[in-house]
Design a protein around this ligand. Structure first.
Ligand code: CTP
Ligand code: CA
Length: 222
């Protein structure tokens, strides 16, 4: 395995992958989060390792284990994920597969909130920084920046607008509308959005999506 990896088309490349959800605390025992098993991010990291890349894997609290062989950085919140991403140096490709919580609780409590009969707690939100947009605009931007978009409608239109807004090179758009049964499953229905337009991939397993994306990245880097 070691020998095969040393000869892969991504040998010598350093790739950053974000994965999983982030957890934003309400109090020490409660949080808000997006749905994400971390399966697609882990599969991508595994595929990249298989092609010989060095992979730094920044992950929130995922259901699936991180692949063996990555440089693992574990975080809880979006703010921690941003710090962890910004601490990584010399990145050739950034892949942002994490389902980052868009908001955190501004009035999170240091102590457990109790049902004390004084009424319901009122949560105040503030918006989290957009990690993908910040990296895309940074002076030390990776050569290739790949974002994800989970959409429930107008997939191509929304993801094309998202690619422009975020300043990334590619968007891997997922149709997660309930009728597809994709959310939480093992398959993915992907459209790849680039500057050249869109490429509709047939529904396939998350491992196959990862393999195809890894090969496409190797091809793009030449
Ligand atoms: N992302 C990020 N940091 C955030 C929010 C999102 O890095 N604070 C990244 C995700 O990892 C993903 C991409 O941005 O690669 C798109 O995430 P998505 O939630 O689809 O986009 P948003 O801009 O948050 O738009 P919305 O949730 O309103 O559709
Ligand atoms: Ca979002």
């Amino acid at each position: 395995i070691e020998a095969a990896m040393n000869n892969g088309p991504l040998k010598g490349r350093h790739i950053l992958v974000t994965s999983g959800p982030t957890h934003e605390p309400i109090d020490p025992v409660r949080y808000i989060a997006n749905r994400s098993s971390g399966a697609q991010g882990s599969a991508i990291a595994r595929a990249l390792l298989g092609l010989g890349a060095r992979v730094t894997f920044v992950t929130g609290p995922a259901d699936v284990a991180a692949p063996i062989g990555v440089d693992l950085v574990e975080v809880q919140t979006a703010a921690q994920m941003l710090d962890a991403v910004q601490a990584v140096q010399n990145v050739d490709v950034g892949i942002f597969a994490a389902a980052v919580a868009d908001w955190r609780i501004a009035n999170a409590s240091a102590q457990k909130i109790k049902k004390d009969g004084k009424g319901l707690p009122v949560l105040e939100f503030s918006e989290n920084s957009d990690i993908l947009a910040i990296v895309s605009a940074s002076k030390t931007r990776p050569t290739l920046v790949v974002g994800f978009a989970a959409e429930t409608q107008n997939v191509i239109e929304n993801a094309t607008a998202k690619r422009k807004r975020k300043g990334c090179d590619w968007i891997v758009a997922n149709d997660v509308s309930p009728s597809t049964g994709i959310m939480g499953g093992s398959e993915n229905d992907v459209v790849l959005i680039t500057a050249d337009g869109s490429e509709d991939w047939p529904p396939m397993g998350k491992d196959q999506v990862a393999q195809r994306l890894a090969l496409k990245i190797a091809e793009a880097l030449g």
